[in-house]
Write a protein that binds this ligand. Sequence first.
Ligand code: 6GU
Length: 225
Amino acid sequence: MKIEVITLFPSIFEGFQSSSMVAKAIKNKALAMHCTDLREFALNKHRQADDYPYGGFAGMVMKPEPIWLCLQYLLEKGPAPVIYFTPQGRTLNQDILETYAREKRIILLCGHYKEIDQRVRNLAVSDDISIGDYVLSGGEIAAMVFIDGISRLQKGVLGDLDSAQTDSFQNGELGFPCWTRPDVFLGLKVPDVLRQGNHKLIQKWIAERSSELTKTRRPDLLSKT
Ligand code: 6GU
């Protein structure tokens, strides 16, 4: 999968691209990532990408022309859905990640300041995504959340083939608590059932822990299924 990021701040993505799961996905060729600096498509000599909003509101709005030109340039190379990150979008969840994880190429548009001009949204954006009910100063961190979530769903990225299957949200519930060695830590023992190797019992036990946790912490998830 190829991810094209459009941003005024490409340097934010440098450490992100070269660390952890995303770096591994890129190294394994499960993922390719490319950032385009929106300012390269800014028209005037000041490379201006934002301007005052019509209506006299506070804040700045990103101008339509650089975004439009940048999108034309990227879409000439081939088709791709254009996802714009905004608090006005639908809230990201695991289903949305799984749907986009199957695409060959996606374009992620990061806004900054207040919003981008509505005309370019109407003309060229295929989906608006938010990562939650709070306001960030730009879409870059939201795009990184999205890329991380998608990259770990690419084939050959997670070490253990099954490990995505026991994630939180995979079957509409939260995950379960986990333990590792040592057997006893500060006098606290690992639950016996996990050490006895009866896989049927273990499956039943962790399913109960998942349900318990979901019921107390996220009852809203249970009413969805
Ligand atoms: Cl996608 N962008 C911004 N600026 N703020 C957000 C967000 C996105 N999702 C939640 N808050």
